[in-house]
Design a protein around this ligand. Structure first.
Ligand SMILES: [Zn+2]
Length: 68
């Protein structure tokens, strides 16, 4: 019986990325692009012009989960 409950962390960090079109750092929106075998692929979209500022693959099953 551990009282060590973690709060359910939501991954809604507002990421600042450089937008190639606006030529400045913008608070990008994260959008699910693809579901890959190795994880979910997201793209970061500029809220102003809609350009893709970057992509990331998020693994939803970290292999070393039991390490803690
Ligand atoms: Zn932009």
């Amino acid at each position: 019986m551990t009282e060590n409950r973690r709060p359910a962390f939501e991954r809604f960090e507002a990421s600042l990325l450089a937008c190639p079109k606006c030529n400045r750092a913008v608070k990008v929106r994260k959008r699910l692009l693809l579901i890959l075998p190795e994880g979910d692929k997201y793209e970061y979209v500029c809220p102003d012009c809609g350009s893709t500022c970057g992509t990331t693959v998020q693994k939803d099953d970290p292999p070393d989960r039991n390490l803690m």
